[in-house]
Design a protein around this ligand. Structure first.
Ligand code: UN1
Length: 489
């Protein structure tokens, strides 16, 4: 079966065609990765680091071309696509040095003439299933450290970002990865699941990473759990932004605009609900609605806040929430809408199959805790706004949907920052900044419906892609039994 990836800003523009594989071929890719793994693990870690350095250099040399593929294929504004490509280079820069570290420890023994050590071993074969909203940066968060640690990889990118994924793969392999070390497969969802199941049953995969929806993440988690594996799960978010009575409101508006509508709200870290102190709620809403109305949506190669939806299936998913609003906005709340650029007359017709997948930004004021748009990730340009009286109540509202990825507080009061930080269930907290826009060396990940506590990026990620091995070495020449023969004082 062939998948045709189209430009979401112009559905007649075909960007790539890729062959989709079945479950058996998915498992075959894992077999190739298994075959290549021992040899790759035998390459000294500093040399693997050099390969990572080569990848970084090649990414930089091809940055503009890669960014343009990303923009054309998923409609992400070019400036953001450039940033995303930079994130791969940053990830490489960070992990090059880890190739010369990958430290173990020497540990004292409780007995004489005996020494204890720890070593980091690669986990083996890793399998990554990634989303298309960050078609190159997020895969690099998995693939770069996994390779550096001596693992081989099977990678199943989203089909709708196939051209970006293929360009990424070509750069990585050109940097000097031996055959079988990085394997790319495209497959439709059920075949991917079945392929992973087969690979796990056959003992061909040792660690799974999945970035995508909480619903699919739960299925992957269950599957891995049956094989006693703990995957990295980076799932959805309903990320709150609390705006206190002492906040700089203009800054908060800028933050809400970018967090909520940047990338068309299609980041797992996008703002879900702004929770605003009642004394500044009306003023915030007025300024936010004004800024939203002035926002320009359109050609992602132009100077716009955001472009089209990533792909038709996200447009369909988002329509569901727009339907909910149509049914409910007369009951409570109101909606503000932005404008769509008219620079290209073919664009901007909502729901026009010949136009792009463009949607107005939507603010749902007066959103309530039992509303569907309060509880669920909408993955589109929609921000709810509500108010609170006491900070405790704001934190409670922020935690209510049960996700726990990102969050933000806008305040000038350090006491409120710490109260928020310790009360919020999110893995990430921004202070006077956007809920999105992670840096490549800080742990990234969530709790609750956003993930199982695994983290990506930074030095902490080494614990996902290596396993500790303890070694005890007795050179006393006698059988010294721990505890029994431990010298007494
Ligand atoms: C995602 O949406 O899956 O924090 C990841 C950010 C990005 C990563 C988002 N750098 O916005």
């Amino acid at each position: 079966m062939t998948y045709v990836s189209t430009n979401p800003a112009d559905l007649n523009d075909v960007v790539a065609r890729v062959d989709l594989v079945g479950a058996e071929e998915f498992a075959d890719a894992a077999r190739l990765a298994r075959r290549a793994q021992r040899e790759w693990a035998g390459v000294p870690a500093p040399v693997r680091g050099q390969v990572v350095a080569n990848i970084g250099r090649l990414v930089e040399a091809n940055a503009e071309a890669l960014a343009r593929v990303v923009t054309r294929e998923i409609g992400k504004p070019l400036a953001e696509a450039r940033g995303e490509v930079q994130e791969i280079a940053d990830t490489c820069a960070f992990f090059v040095g880890e190739g010369r570290r990958l430290y173990g420890q020497t540990v004292p023994s409780e007995m004489p003439d005996k020494q204890l050590f720890t070593f980091r071993n690669p986990v083996g074969v890793t399998a990554f299933i990634t989303a298309g909203n960050f078609p190159v940066a997020v895969p690099s968060w998995y693939i770069v450290p996994a390779l550096l640690c001596g693992n081989t990889v099977v990678w199943k990118p989203a089909e709708y970002s196939a051209a970006a994924a293929q360009a990424f793969y070509d750069i990585f392999t050109a940097a000097g990865l031996p055959e079988g070390v990085l394997n790319i497969v495209f497959a439709e969802g059920s075949q991917t699941y079945r392929g992973l199941e087969l690979a796990l049953e056959r003992g061909l995969v040792d660690k799974v990473g999945f970035t995508g929806s909480s619903e699919v993440g739960a299925l992957i988690g269950e599957l891995c759990g049956r094989h006693l594996q703990s995957p990295c799960l980076e799932l959805g978010g309903k990320n709150p932004m609390v705006i206190t009575e002492d906040a700089d409101l203009d800054l908060a508006v800028q933050g809400a605009l970018f967090s909520g509508f940047g990338t068309g709200g299609q980041r797992c870290t996008s703002l879900g609900t702004a929770i605003v102190h009642e004394s500044v709620h009306d003023e915030f809403l007025r300024r936010f609605a004004q800024a939203t109305e002035n926002a320009v949506v359109g050609d992602p190669f132009g100077d716009v806040l955001y472009g089209p939806m990533l792909d038709g299936k996200f447009a369909v998913g988002f329509e569901k929430y727009l339907g909910w609003i149509r049914d409910h906005h007369t009951v409570h709340g109101s909606t503000g809408v932005g404008r769509i650029t008219e620079s290209n007359p073919r664009k901007g017709f909502l729901g026009d199959p010949d136009g792009g997948l463009f949607y107005h930004p939507v603010i749902v004021a007066g959103v309530r805790p039992d509303d569907e748009v309060f509880r669920h990730e909408t993955f589109g340009p929609l921000v709810g706004v509500t108010s609170y009286r006491e900070l405790d109540q704001a934190v409670e509202l922020a935690n209510l949907p049960g996700y726990g990825l990102s969050s933000a507080i806008y305040t000038t009061d350090p006491g409120k920052v710490f109260a928020f930080r310790s009360g919020i269930g999110a893995g990430m907290v921004s202070v006077n900044n956007s809920t999105s826009g992670a840096e490549a060396h800080l742990p990234f990940g969530g709790n609750g419906r956003s993930g199982n506590g695994s983290r990506q990026s930074g030095v902490w990620v080494l614990d996902q892609f290596t396993r500790w091995q303890s070694v005890n070495w007795d050179y006393s020449g006698a059988l010294q039994k721990a505890q029994v023969d431990t010298p007494a004082i």
